[in-house]
Design a protein around this ligand. Sequence first.
Ligand code: FES
Length: 110
Amino acid sequence: MNTPLPARAADERRLPSLRRGAPLTLHFEGAPLAACEGESVAAALLAAGIRRFRATASGEPRGPYCGIGVCFDCLVVIDGLANVRACQTAVRADMKISRQLGWGEGPDGP
Ligand code: FES
């Protein structure tokens, strides 16, 4: 059973301060998306509220599960290259990212 922690305990679990890298802009399916140097593609997409990264060959949605490069549920297409693990890829300015469909096709085809 999940019992809410007292307010003071919840505050103590927060990071006191987090220094972020320089801001940059990616493109996710044609739309600009803000990120910071040092973040993974998965972190940037999740921070933007994007949870569905790919679809299986049968069309089932998938998103990051392990976050450590093991499950391959975070595969995306980056700059035309399919099967890239978003959780293992650092962001770069002007990256063009799209959801992966099936075995490596993006919305614009394989
Ligand atoms: S989230 Fe599991 S490999 Fe990326």
